[in-house]
Every structure is written in C-alpha cells, then in structure tokens.
Design a protein around this ligand. Sequence first.
Ligand SMILES: *Cc1c(COP(=O)(O)O)cnc(C)c1O
Length: 409
Amino acid sequence: MDYSQFFSAALNRLHDERRYRVFADLERIAGRFPHAVWHSPRGERNVVIWCSNDYLGMGQHPKVVGAMVESATRSGTGAGGTRNIAGNNHSLIQLEQELADLHGKDSALVFTSGYVSNQTGISTLAKLLPNCLILSDALNHNSMIEGIRQSGCERIVFRHNDLGHLEELLRAADPDRPKLIVCESLYSMDGDVAPLAAICDLAERYGALTYVDEVHAVGMYGPRGAGIAERDAVMDRIDVIEGTLAKAFGCLGGYIAARADIIDAVRSYAPGFIFTTALPPSICSAATAAIRHLKTSQWERERHQDRAARVKAILQAAGLPVMASDTHIVPVFVGEPERCKRASDLLLEDHGIYIQPINYPTVPKGAERLRVTPSPYHDDVLIDRLAEAMVQVWEKLGLPLGAKALAAE
Ligand SMILES: *Cc1c(COP(=O)(O)O)cnc(C)c1O
C-alpha cells in the first residue's frame, strides 16, 4: 500500500484551497520586543512582530526571566513526572495559590496548556454532571469544542453572544437537568466581548453552571489583571474561570479556577491532568512572577490600551479596512485567502513586518484577515511604519482602500 499518497493528497487539498500554512523562522530578542530576527531563506533580517499573543511583552520582563533562571538554577529543569507519580513542586503550589487569589476563588488547577485545560477540564466537569446539557457559544475556541465533544454530553450551540437565543434554549430545557454554559469572555479574532453579567443572570435564573474562557483577557483587563469578569465585577458569579499562562503572562500552561469541590473533582478525574508530566518549576516561578507583577502594575495595561487605540486610529485614517473591535485586537479585513497570504508575505519581505495571515478554519471563509496585536512596546514610529507598509501592500495587491474598503468588509 502506498501510504504517502494519502498524506500528499491531504496536503494538496490545503494547497488547492490556498490555506497551506507556512511559519516564519523567527528569533525573539529579550529586551528588544517587538523586534526579532527572521532567519529568511536569504539570511538573517531584523523584523518587527505585530501578531504576538505575548500581548504585554511579559515574556521578556526582567522579573519574569529572572524568576525562570533563578528557579531552574535552584530546582533544575523538569518536574520529574506527573503529579501522581512525583508529587507537587512547591513552585506549582505557589502558582495555583496566586491564580486562586487572582480570580477570587477557593482553588486553581494548572495544566500544561490552556488547550489542555479546556479540553480535559470541560469534558471532565460535564461527565461528572449526570445527563448534562452543554450550551456552547457558536464562536468558541477549538479546545472548548474538543472538550465538549469528549464529554459525550448533549450540546446545543447558541448564536454568538445572543442572549435571547441562549435564554430560549435554557427555557426549553428540563429545569431539573444539569446545564453548563460554556463561552469566552473576549473573542480573539473579532475582539468582541461577551455580556458576562447578563449570561450570569440567565445562568442563575435557569440553574446553570458557567464556564468562561478568559484566555485573551487575563493580565490585560480588570484592576488586578484577572480579566473581563473582574472588570465587569462578575467574577464571583462565574463558576469556572479558565485562563492561560502563555499569552499576556508570557510563559506556558493553562488553568481553571473555581470552588474547592470543583477543582478537587477535576484534579481527581481529568485524564489530561493525571497522565501528563507537570510544568517545570522554572515555568511556574516565571508565571507567578508575571501574575504578581500585573496584579499591581497598571502601566502595561494602560499603555497596551493606548497603543491599540492608536493603531486603530492610524490604520483607519490611512483608509485600511479595520474591523470593529471593542478591545486590543485590531483585525484588518482581506476577505480572501490568497491575497491574505500574499499581504503577509509582502509585509515581511518588503517591509520587515511580521503578521501571520488568518485564514479558514480559524475564521470563516470570506472573512480572512490580518490580525494586528499591538503591545506596550510598539511605539509611534513603528505604528506609522505599519500603516505606510500596509497601504503600499494593499495598493500592490489591488485590495480596496478608503470608503470602498469599508464597504467590502
Ligand atoms: C490560545 C487559546 C487557548 C489555548 O491556550 P494555550 O495556552 O495557548 O494552549 C484556549 N482558548 C482560547 C480562546 C485561545 O485563544
């Protein structure tokens, strides 16, 4: 049997649909973010990164890097096994206490990624609720969809952020049946925010549990960086808050925070927690340092919002089709995979600007875009250069600018 034909056919399908993915070979430089070195086919080049989810540049913060190095020097590199086999590293306990405190919950449980925390967290929770009905927002992240699927529970998708639809579904369900509402707080492709208070109202009225992914909000929103739920003062009304240590906290790992009984049950039953090696102590210490810093420092959050507002204003003034966004995400509409990829290539090759194209299935077909993520470290000069470069690329590719561009979106 010629097995390779199956793989090449699968890859050819992606090429045909113009969504075969290529990743640039980049080297970040600590202390100089968002500047990086691109190991291009023609040698090394300096580039500016405009699409990182290290939203606040914490991945290079001296306190965070220092904590990682100090911890590795003191405790070594790996965790030495799963927590079942090797016990808990003290630094992991400290991290979980820091997270529980951040979200005002009894406990927190750390996983090796945000992806795993959703996948194994949601499936385990839902399985523990007899005959659970899951109500899932239409734009939920793949990790949540996989968790829901793995639970084997019945799930109904409600239209994105549509409270009327959610209420209709809740009302139609058996009042005695356990229900779990699963959504994100900040959707990272459009930059819009869920009406968390109203979702909590519905959950309370119809007796549902709530599970909220705050991956794109932790560190960045709320007076202590606990996310949109903190900003909107509804943290105590959400049953399970899920977050990542890999985006605004600049490290790696994911977690859930909740009441002690929920955390203990997931700890005791979740295969994606039980059967995998714990995070290394150095990562735990670095993440703890980032969380602690952002609990008190407002500078990163304020400057981040200021930069995002400026990028939106400058790109819009240049006639680029900036899509509506309520947050720090700045999506620029292209609407077609081929030119989305070409725009990204030209920005990198001609202008030293790195923005990954966002194509299907990350966004729907016809909604392809460049997703710009400003950080506190993108200064006015970099923003002006970005606008000039994008306009040149738009002109070169015959993409609409000005009033026409907004009509196209
Ligand atoms: C990135 C992301 C995750 C996964 O987090 P990782 O820590 O990167 O695995 C989960 N949910 C959403 C909405 C995400 O965008």
